[in-house]
Design a protein around this ligand. Structure first.
Ligand SMILES: *Cc1c(COP(=O)(O)O)cnc(C)c1O
Length: 393
């Protein structure tokens, strides 16, 4: 029996049947009222999720286009910026800011660690002219989630813009753009928002608009002034032909999150993360993150000594059609990652843990069959006792 693969990857993610159906609906004209309503609902929905009054711009690109948009629109050549990197996506901020000719100061951590707000504060003390601080919220390559609220506190009294990559964060971990003083927040359609890939969202604070007004870096496709002018027409538009079907699907995904409630969506991801961790740790894996309790997005674990994790990943996929992820870059073969974001519930997690257990058996790796599933199910039973019918997953 051929079943579609289930994506327990940290993006793209499973999306609901309604979202899939919306993607297959007849196309809307992108300069007409019905699509204007889609643009408005999507932008408002992202602002709701980010807890912000800031304007949300929509770009047709993956999340990386949103990161590039932030750099190109709010800075000028030679501006000094601080990039805080805890993994692959911090590296990406470093590459983009470097490519645009900024004076890049780095605060880098060993992968697996999260950034310390004390370090950010100390760096900024020595960088009075710094124009921007770039931080990854949820570092998808390592499963580490930064304590963004604490870091926000360290950036607050410095004039630098606070730029946050929350591509895999928003919807799965708490974020309060306005309360925490975030100036630019970037996200994408294919992570916890649970839409198909292809759209990036950039929320821009008043301070960031002011910086944009004097910023001189070259830009065209992602130009905020052009995007804002189109978004503020009576029928909100994109300046260019947008990914119409993807946006129609995102509207449905966002409606679903509004129905669930953003805080409840975050609680669901937290519970799924806790259950995944419990199962994998009971099987003898080690969490890769130094502080895994915030890892609502993806669980990254080291396998026991001598186990090549790419074998586990490919076996789980071949035998069960369940896609989990290996390690990226220098973590290849050393870790594996189970994503639990998007349209995912407790039985997806129980399946994943059972599949990993079975892969251990098939590959003659040491495992006590059932311990992982039992530990995972105990977390859900505990949540049932705690929340009753209000249990989030
Ligand atoms: C997925 C992701 C991105 C964007 O990647 P794209 O492939 O360009 O969508 C950026 N940052 C983080 C933390 C991500 O998880």
């Amino acid at each position: 029996m051929e079943r579609p693969e289930t994506l327990l990857t940290p993006g793209p993610v499973p999306v609901s049947p309604k979202v899939l159906a919306a993607q297959g609906a007849p196309l809307l004209y992108h300069r007409g009222p019905a699509f204007g309503e889609v643009m408005r609902t999507v932008a408002d929905g992202i602002a709701y999720m980010l807890k912000t009054e800031s304007q949300v711009l929509i770009h047709t690109s993956s999340g990386t286009g949103g990161l590039e948009s932030a750099v190109a629109n709010a800075f000028s050549p030679g501006d000094q910026v601080l990039v805080v990197s805890i993994g692959n996506f911090g590296e990406r901020f470093k590459k983009i800011t470097t490519a645009y000719g900024l004076d890049v100061q780095l605060l880098e951590y060993e992968w697996g660690l999260d950034a310390r707000h004390e370090d950010v504060a100390a760096m900024l003390k020595d960088l009075p002219d710094c124009k921007g601080v770039f931080v990854t919220h949820s570092e998808t390559s390592t499963g580490v989630v930064n304590d963004l609220e604490a870091i926000a506190g360290a950036v607050k009294d410095h004039p630098a813009l606070f730029v946050v990559d929350t591509v895999s964060g928003v919807g799965a971990v708490p974020i309060e753009m306005d309360a925490w003083g975030i100036d630019i927040a970037i996200t994408g359609s294919q992570k916890a928002i649970a839409g198909p890939p292809g759209v990036a969202f950039v929320a821009v604070s008043e301070r960031a608009w002011e910086a944009h007004a004097t910023s001189t870096l070259p830009r065209f496709y992602f130009d905020w002034t052009i995007a804002r002018e189109a978004a503020e027409r009576a029928n909100p538009e994109s300046p260019w032909t947008p990914a119409i079907s993807t946006l129609m699907a995102c509207k449905v995904a966002i409606d679903e999150i509004r129905d669930e409630g953003i805080d409840r969506a975050v609680a669901r991801h937290a519970l799924l993360g806790k259950a995944t961790r419990a199962g994998l740790l009971a099987m003898g894996m080690e969490p890769f993150a130094a502080n895994p309790e915030r890892s609502n997005v993806v669980t990254c674990v080291r396998a026991p000594e001598g186990v090549d994790t790419s074998k586990i990943v490919s076996h789980v996929r071949k035998r069960f059609g369940l896609v989990i992820a290996g390690g990226q870059g220098k973590l290849k073969g050393k870790v594996f990652r189970v994503g639990h974001l998007g349209w995912v519930d407790r039985f997806d997690i129980i399946r994943a843990i059972a599949a990993v257990e079975t892969a251990f058996v098939d590959l003659d790796l040491p495992v006590k069959v059932g311990v992982g599933v039992e530990a995972t199910m105990e977390v859900f039973r505990e949540a049932d006792r705690e929340f009753g019918e209000e249990v989030p997953a």
